[in-house]
Design a protein around this ligand. Structure first.
Ligand code: MRU
Length: 389
């Protein structure tokens, strides 16, 4: 995707070429890449023709579709329904959702526009509770709007919000690549890595966090094998991570979540990598359900477990992980799982669907950020790296 970003940047300087470039891109993707099961370049979340466009992650890998959004309420719903998912991706989507709210507003003054934006930001922030990037991105755009409202007319302010959201999206890609360089240095040639959930280009604007590390190590020529756990109940690993690894030509095998302990105990995995939705000030990591059990098994077998997170995922306002709000989703996501075409659970069964768990800092070997790798004690070291001290 790097060549694409370079070309995109060059073309973005010339409006007519930019338009032609996007027409060609669309034609190429629909006619060649999708039918071949390959998507060589595309951001997960992007702004085009004053609309927010996102890859629909609910239907991958069976179908590849880009859906368009014209209003912030639909964006909030898409975040909740997981059309878009992954902490950095939902942050960028929400920022663009705010840009849409700017265009939806009939405000005649920047003060009225700000008031509409405040209400839209509440709607967007309430879509999912655990990933702090969501509130972080919305608050960042709102802060910029609040700072400049007196100097700007309504149209100017609308454009300012689009630009702020675009900056968040562009920075995400750049940050991921920086993290990937730091993280790749931890990976040895010949390593087998257990990876949890989906942390790739799909979970971010592009490139990815933990999967971004794997991609960069692969591009550096290291031979890596990935054990992709399924990540029940939404199967982000089996559906999305496996699909992404196919695109990048990185060898992998899917394992069910409960096989990880076997491979770790047998000495057949040398690293465990995952992302995070929120990291507390002491280095406790909230991530996709199952991360805690995976980290316990890694720790018990002396296998290092690394969280790969942009500093925007660190919430220094929370002293420890028990304070992180944990999402519980519709039990139907658990009950609806099928085996050989039949629902597994009895029709009357009830279920719990806790979407995230917290891994205590003692089980984490290092936290990879865009400012470098943080090692224990996280209570002191994490803050320094996040604040760039
Ligand atoms: O429920 P999801 O699919 O949004 O959960 C995603 C994860 O848990 C990821 O590991 C996390 O967002 C970090 S990936 C960049």
């Amino acid at each position: 995707m790097n060549i694409y970003l370079l070309v995109e940047h060059e073309f973005s300087q010339h409006p007519v070429l930019w338009h032609v470039f996007h027409l060609i891109k669309r034609f190429f993707i629909t006619n060649f890449c999708v039918s071949a099961g390959k998507i060589p370049f595309m951001r997960t979340v992007f702004w085009e023709d004053n609309q927010l466009k996102m890859i629909d992650q609910r239907i991958l890998p069976g179908r590849f579709e880009v859906v368009s959004f014209q209003d912030h309420v639909s964006v909030a719903r898409a975040i909740k329904d997981m059309v878009v998912r992954g902490a950095p991706a939902i942050g960028a989507a929400a920022a663009f959702g705010l840009a849409l709210a700017g265009y939806e507003s009939k405000a005649g003054s920047s003060h009225e526009l700000l008031s509409d934006l405040r209400s839209a930001s509440d709607t967007l922030k309430s879509a999912r509770p655990t990933a702090v990037n969501l509130a972080w991105a919305v608050d960042r755009v709102m802060w910029i709007a609040e700072q400049t409202r007196d100097e700007r007319g309504v149209d100017d302010l609308r454009q300012l919000i689009v630009d702020a959201a675009q900056r968040i999206a562009d920075e995400d890609v750049e940050i991921n690549k920086r993290m990937a360089e730091y993280g790749a240095a931890l990976i040895n040639d010949g390593d087998t890595v257990i990876h949890h959930c989906n942390t790739g280009a799909l979970a971010t604007v592009d490139w990815g966090t933990a999967l971004g590390v794997i991609r960069t190590a692969h591009e550096q020529g290291k031979k890596i094998h990935v054990l992709v756990d399924e990540t029940r109940p939404r199967l982000q690993g089996a559906r999305l991570t496996a699909w992404e690894l196919d695109q990048y030509g990185i060898p992998y095998e899917i394992i069910s979540d409960n096989m990880a302990g076997y491979f770790l105990k047998a000495g057949r995995a040398q690293k465990v990598l995952f992302g995070a939705d929120r990291v507390a000030a002491n280095g406790d990591v909230a991530n996709k359900i199952g991360t805690y059990m995976l980290s316990l098994a890694a720790h018990d077998n002396g296998v290092p477990a690394y969280a790969v997170v942009p500093t925007s995922t660190v919430d220094l306002s929370l002293e420890h992980g028990d304070l992180i709000p944990i999402e519980e989703r519709d039990p139907q996501e658990v009950l609806g799982i099928q085996f050989q075409g039949e629902q597994v659970a009895p029709i009357e069964a009830e279920a719990r669907n806790i979407a995230f768990d917290v891994t205590p800092n003692r089980l984490i070997s290092g936290i990879v950020t865009e400012n470098g790798v943080v090692h224990p004690p996280f209570e002191t070291n994490l803050k320094k790296v996040v604040l760039g001290e």
